[in-house]
Design a protein. Structure first.
Length: 169
């Protein structure tokens, strides 16, 4: 076991939460902003999450999404008319996660303590483990934003979907 085990557990939990977060979301809903707002939509948040996963994957030698998500790391939210289809974003998430989690699991503590290869980490992260820790936290933050948007748009809250999934298991 490596020191990334808690991060791997969180990424796996985030995969579960992501699956709930996109339940019943189509392109129209994903691109919708809250009334009177110019803040990010669910689609922008998903693209931004994928940008973080792409950075994590790249830093540890795993394959990132085939979909170009670089704009979601350098551009603010727009009306979303030219965003990829939400089905493509979801597929890219699943594809990236399928490579990221096993690659991170295979890393040694020595590899994780190497200097971070992430560009522009915001809080003085120095090691690869520090960078993965930041992006894992950042991912959870944006999943929370998606949850708030879901609820504000009248969709079933993520917590309710999680309770329903647990009851069905």
């Amino acid at each position: 076991m490596n020191t990334a085990h808690p991060l791997i557990d969180t990424l796996t939990l985030n995969d579960f939460v992501f699956g709930l977060a996109v339940t019943g979301v189509d392109d129209e809903i994903a691109r919708r902003r809250l009334p009177g707002q110019t803040r990010p939509s669910m689609a922008w948040n998903i693209g931004h999450l994928l940008h973080g996963r792409a950075r994590m994957a790249s830093s540890i030698g795993a394959s990132g999404p085939a979909l170009d998500v670089s704009r979601f790391g350098r551009e603010g939210a727009t009306d979303g008319h030219d965003y990829p289809a939400v089905a493509d974003l979801i597929a890219a998430w699943r594809e990236t996660s399928a490579a990221l989690v096993p690659a991170l699991s295979a890393m040694t503590d020595e590899q994780l303590s190497q200097a971070a290869s992430f560009p522009e980490l915001p809080h003085g992260e120095r090691t690869l483990a520090d960078g993965v820790r930041f992006y894992t936290w950042h991912e959870s933050y944006h999943l929370g934003q998606i949850g708030l948007i879901r609820s504000a748009l009248g969709l079933t809250p993520i917590a309710t979907l999680a309770s329903q999934a647990a009851a069905a298991a």
